[in-house]
Design a protein around this ligand. Structure first.
Ligand code: BDR
Ligand code: CA
Length: 322
């Protein structure tokens, strides 16, 4: 049983990450925290509460940061729509928010559980996680693992080099990658393999019922924005990949790398610079010679798509039959 806190900005793929976590009996979803990202903090928090209320997911939901650490806020309405979860009809959010700020919820939860038992799963900008480290640095040695959706090592999606979650709050991302804990980076190179293909959509349709319809409506909307923005034939289910790895680490392979976030580049701001192997020529100039490499981030590489697809179908079946 893996205990997780899902720190998210729902968001179509965040919503599926919530369903996967709630619908897999090996995951103990301790709580959901929200962060401004795909839409404003008001909208993504409303979406998290509405998904939980609609499908009987009774876990605390705590509202978090309304803007990035340093730079102005931006939203992804061109991907997730005006509400952040355009497409399905969701009933009003009848569940109540936890009274704590997300940062305090994360700190309280990590510090009140046994050391090395709580996993953090950030699937929006990493603002809440960076603030939690700043407010209570002891969480770093106490957390079991951090599995982030963010970054890329071949191409970005919001600029040629940068992925959205990192680009929105690069300073927070750098703080999370630099902290001395066990981090897995689930970036675009992995999540672009996790497509909601017509085969997966047919299997979800066969589950039947309101949750199946909700997921298909999510994919219909985001499928159209992925097609118009990036010419994808099927939408990636980015954020669910992080939960999938906590259910079954064999769902993807990893390679160790030193990951740095570009904070200043004119063309590269928000890019994850992923160094898999030091080559002798890399340090020939005096500036970089002084830099220490640190190959400790697990970078997700190759997805076992059938295992991933089975997990999604199994979770939706479990929630439907519950
Ligand atoms: C990430 O950005 C968001 O739009 C998605 O929810 C995902 O977390 C993909 O770049
Ligand atoms: Ca997200």
């Amino acid at each position: 049983m893996e205990k997780i806190i899902l720190d998210c900005d729902p968001g179509h793929d965040d919503a599926i990450a919530i369903l996967l976590a709630a619908g897999n009996p090996t995951i103990d979803l301790l709580g959901i925290t929200t962060v401004a990202g795909n839409q404003t903090i008001e909208k993504v928090t409303r979406n998290a509460l509405a998904v939980c209320a609609a499908y009987g997911i009774e876990v605390p939901v705590a509202r978090g940061a309304e803007r990035p650490l340093v730079i102005p806020q931006m939203v992804a309405d061109f991907v997730h729509g005006e509400t952040g979860l355009d497409g399905p009809d969701l009933p009003p959010a009848t569940f109540e928010l936890d009274r704590r700020h997300a940062v305090d919820f994360i700190i309280d939860t990590v510090m009140s559980h046994e050391p090395k038992t709580v996993n953090l799963v950030p699937t929006g900008p990493f603002t809440n996680i960076a603030l939690a480290i700043r407010k209570e640095p002891r969480i770093v040695e106490r957390v079991k693992s951090v599995t982030v959706m963010g970054g890329a090592h071949t191409r970005g999606n919001i600029t040629p080099g940068a992925e959205f979650n990192i680009y929105v709050d690069p300073e927070a991302a750098e703080a999370v990658f630099r902290a001395d804990w066990d981090v897995t980076m689930v970036g675009l190179d992995l999540t672009h393999q996790a497509l909601a293909t017509s085969e997966l959509q047919d299997r979800v349709r066969a589950v039947g019922g309101p949750i199946s319809k909700f997921v298909l409506d999510l994919w219909a909307f985001i499928g159209s924005t992925y097609e118009s923005n990036w010419e994808f034939a099927a939408p990636p289910v980015h954020d669910a990949c992080c939960v999938a790895a906590l259910i079954d680490p064999a769902v993807f392979t990893v390679a160790k790398a030193d990951v740095r976030v570009e904070l200043h580049g004119e063309w590269t701001k928000g890019m994850t610079v992923v160094n898999f192997q030091d080559a002798p020529g890399m340090h020939h100039d005096a500036g970089s010679a002084a830099k220490q490499t640190d190959f400790r981030t697990n970078v997700a590489m190759t997805l076992e798509w059938p295992r991933f697809a089975d997990q999604i179908v199994d979770a939706l079946t479990y929630l439907t039959e519950k």
